[in-house]
Design a binder for this molecule. Structure first.
Ligand SMILES: Nc1ncnc2c1ncn2[C@@H]1O[C@H](COP(=O)(O)OP(=O)(O)O)[C@@H](O)[C@H]1O
Ligand SMILES: [Mg+2]
Length: 415
């Protein structure tokens, strides 16, 4: 299989591309493995792109036709990845001769942000307003597809990217999109574990209602993610374990409760999808759109019947995930300062500012002592408080105090 290094250079249409390093292990190229392919982040001199390299069994000529059709949808909300170029021997003979695994590989815009999968795994907190904003963005993307007789057909946490501002989502993995004008893919999508309706396993979900069940799950996960009980209860790569879908469970009770925060109707719509015996009988995406659209525009805590304090709780990342989260270890110095509640001052950290301040104080004090030694008469004209400041003992105490303050800054900042 294609195995690029940081020295690999690809020339595609006269442009040179290099591969981006892994954020946690910078000596390695960043490749993200999905079910069908490995996706690399690469860049030319202007911007970043994703290169999706399919495993041999998933390479087929239908990808060319799909990419041509998808390009029309690249302006739709959350569908930027539809701007795809498929590399084949016919179109890029030199490249494919050099790297035969790149046959049918796809170049598309790189979407920045974390996948919804990352949120589920790490239990990263969202505020109620962020939860609502993500669900609104998701419903807008899915409803726009529905209005155009389209469906993504493989909605799952790994196929949703939350942008860094945490108010918008983008879909990836769009090759199996349903459109009345497209031929069915050679392998009909049957849904991903944790988001698969019972009927999809046997009948597939390539059709107009293909997003109704998985979409309801994703939106319910997003809406309820602000609640610490929901984050604590999450299974892993989806909120529900794959084998507990469409059954009663404690997780279901927790989720229902969290959805009621917004309105009883969210919980009802979710249950309608949960107990539906077919994708057609799940609520349409329009139903979800109307529900979210009807919510008051003010911050959720102003109108929802909740104790806002409860929602501030952080749920720790499960230890097995935390170990793999070396990303945090390479957080920038500024991030660390900000986390400590210490904003950089003129581009410098707190400790450095305190050290500079201490040295300046000492210099001023030494200057004062020397001045008094040369002109002792000044001492008589000073008020008692200031004349004591010129005492070497006072200088020493000030210095020690400042050093201790600098050293124990972390202790102070935690109060
Ligand atoms: N355009 C993109 N921009 C950024 N990340 C992407 C992009 N496309 C895919 N990814 C990342 O790569 C992972 C696998 O890609 P995906 O297209 O879902 O492959 P698969 O079809 O094998 O599931 C995704 O979960 C996502 O993290
Ligand atoms: Mg995928």
């Amino acid at each position: 299989m294609f195995n690029p290094t940081l020295d690999t250079r690809l020339v595609i249409e006269d442009q040179e591309f290099t591969f981006a390093p892994h954020p946690a292990v910078p000596a390695l190229v960043w490749g993200q493995e999905g079910r069908h392919a490995v996706v690399y982040r690469m860049r030319n001199s202007h911007r970043d792109y994703a290169l999706k390299v399919f495993r041999p069994v998933f390479r087929h000529p239908g990808l060319l036709e799909t990419a041509d059709a998808l390009r029309t949808y690249r302006e739709m909300p959350g569908m930027r990845v539809c701007d795809q170029t498929v590399l084949t021997y016919e179109s890029h003979p030199e490249l494919i001769t050099q790297y035969e695994d790149l046959d049918y590989a796809m170049v598309m815009p790189w979407i920045s942000g974390q996948t919804w999968f990352d949120y589920l795994q790490t239990r990263d907190r969202l505020t109620l307003d962020q939860s609502r904003a993500l669900a609104e963005s998701t419903v807008w993307v899915l409803y726009a597809l529905e209005m155009n007789n389209l469906a993504h057909c493989d909605l799952s946490s790994g196929n949703v990217i939350v942008d860094p501002k945490q108010n918008q989502i983008h879909l990836v993995d769009v090759e199996d999109l349903y459109s009345p004008w497209l031929e069915p893919p050679p392998m009909i999508p049957a849904g991903s574990a944790g988001y698969q309706h019972i009927q999809s396993a046997s009948h597939g979900q390539w059709g107009p209602p293909g997003d109704r069940f998985a979409g309801a799950l994703l939106m319910a996960e997003m809406l309820s993610w602000a609640h610490p009980d929901v984050r604590r209860a999450a299974y892993g790569e989806s909120y529900f374990a794959p084998d507990e879908l469409q059954r009663e469970s404690e997780r279901l009770d927790t989720l229902r409760g969290a959805l009621r925060i917004y309105d009883e109707q969210f919980s009802e719509a979710f249950e309608e999808a949960w107990w539906a015996d077919s994708l057609e009988s799940c609520p349409s995406l329009k139903t979800w759109y109307d529900l979210l659209d009807a919510l008051p525009r003010e911050p959720v805590s102003e109108w929802a019947p909740i104790d806002a304090k409860l929602f501030e709780e952080h749920v720790p990342t499960p230890p097995e995930i935390a170990v793999g989260r070396a990303k945090q270890a390479v957080a920038s110095q500024q991030d660390i300062q900000r986390r400590r509640g210490c904003l950089p001052f003129l581009g410098r950290g707190c400790r450095r500012v305190l050290t500079i301040f201490s040295i300046l104080t000492i210099l001023v004090c030494i200057g004062g002592v020397l001045l008094l030694a040369v002109y002792p008469s000044i001492r008589q004209s000073l008020p008692p408080a200031l004349s004591c400041g010129a005492n070497p003992a006072a200088i020493g105490i000030t210095f020690i105090g400042l050093v201790l303050t600098g050293k124990s800054y972390d202790v102070f900042s935690s109060f």
